[in-house]
Design a protein around this ligand. Structure first.
Ligand code: F0G
Length: 368
């Protein structure tokens, strides 16, 4: 077909008007909002569910693997789903400032939504353990950052106490509105697949997201919008896997700094999810995480952050247990651009630097 040369033709070829206005508008009947709730939204949600052939092929047996690419939310992570709810409800309650502890993504999201809603945002982060992109976001969105000599778990204890003593709203996943917003990702998956998947593979830090997904799957199941419930498969990094080993990890360590958490606040909820869904929790090593991270990047064109790749790493580790012809969804919680340092230090690409700007020597370097 010839390329249209006049504007009218071009206009006619444009896709249908996209009237997506964020997940609160899309799922209003399913959420604790009223007409009076001021909706603070950056049009989050409606993220793609992508088939990933390279992973399906590695599993074999007719298994179809998809990724829910939630790193394509406005601030680059799934946190935006919860934050539109938490911040809208905080605004409704007349609150003027919010606070969170964060390994980075929550702080970026809280800052963006709070500022959009005209509120102050305070974020407490572990000194030296927040990926560059996330820190950059919190700064640009206008948060006030308090970096402590301590890990995420300590930061969370502090913000919980501060929010009890002072007039400031806590927007970590202990805030129930966060999970309400996050459950919408399960709705989208069911709408895309026409049913719930057989397995839902997901990284766990504080285990808020796995609990939110389960709530979403259950609500659609009860309303007959899906005919089955998935097994919930939760993955943690082996250096910080309290939910797998069954006890608090005092000094959690992993390349996946987003989930460098030793004492998850939602642990009771998560264990309930595992038991009632017949699911499984497993740990994956940093090198298994990086292996999955690289496969997604160079074979699928999908750049996620290391914490997110743990869902795919976990699935690959459980290869022999995956039921034949099943449908599996792995959640990619955050965008790869969040952590450029990890990308630069962990790839198999060739980088020729310091070349002379000379065509012959460049061609030679290229192997011609
Ligand atoms: N993936 C990413 C990219 C995250 O940032 C987080 C949590 C998780 C997974 C785990 O989700 O805590 O609900 O189990 N990040 C929090 C933060 C801790 O501060 O940004 P969870």
């Amino acid at each position: 077909m010839a390329f249209p040369t006049n504007l009218k033709q071009l206009f006619n070829r444009a896709p249908k008007k996209n009237n997506w206005a964020g997940l609160i508008e899309a799922y209003r009947p399913w959420l604790p909002v009223t007409k009076k709730t001021p909706v603070i939204s950056l049009y989050e949600g409606a993220t793609p569910l992508l088939p990933v052939k390279s992973i399906s092929d590695r599993i074999g047996n007719g298994v179809q693997v998809y990724v829910k690419y939630d790193g394509l939310n406005p601030t680059g992570s799934f946190k935006d789903r919860g934050m539109t709810m938490a911040i809208s409800k905080a605004k409704e309650a007349g609150c003027e400032a919010v606070i969170c502890a964060s390994t980075g993504n929550t702080s970026a999201s809280a800052a963006a939504y709070a500022r959009k809603g005209g509120m102050k945002a305070f974020v407490i982060i572990p000194d030296g353990y927040v990926a560059q992109g996330k820190l950059a976001q919190a700064l640009v969105y206008g948060a006030e950052i308090l970096s402590i000599k301590g890990n995420f778990d300590t930061a969370l204890d502090i913000v919980r106490e501060l929010s009890e003593k002072y007039p400031i709203t806590l927007v970590n996943s202990v805030n129930p509105f966060r999970l309400q917003g996050q459950k919408t990702a399960a709705f989208e998956i069911i709408e895309n697949l026409g049913n719930a998947p057989d397995w839902l593979c997901i990284p766990m830090g504080n285990a808020g997201n796995i609990s939110a997904y389960w709530m979403g799957f259950q609500e659609y199941f009860s309303a007959n919008k899906s005919k089955k419930l998935p097994k919930m498969m939760g993955f943690q990094a082996s250096g910080s896997a309290p939910l797998v080993i069954g006890k608090t990890v005092e000094e959690p360590e992993t390349i996946a700094t987003a989930i460098r958490i030793g004492n998850p606040v939602n642990k009771e909820k998560a264990l309930l999810v595992k038991n009632s869904s017949n699911g499984k929790f497993l740990s994956v090593t940093d090198s298994e995480i990086i292996n999955a991270y690289k496969i997604l990047g160079k074979e699928e064109g999908i750049f996620c952050e290391p914490a997110s790749a743990s869902s795919v790493a976990g699935l690959l580790k459980l290869k022999d247990e995956v039921p034949k012809n099943s449908k599996i969804v792995c959640v990619l919680t955050g965008n790869g651009l969040k952590d450029p340092e990890c990308a630069i230090n962990n790839n198999d690409s060739i980088f020729h630097s310091g070349l002379n700007p000379d065509i012959n020597s460049i061609a030679k370097t290229m192997g011609f």
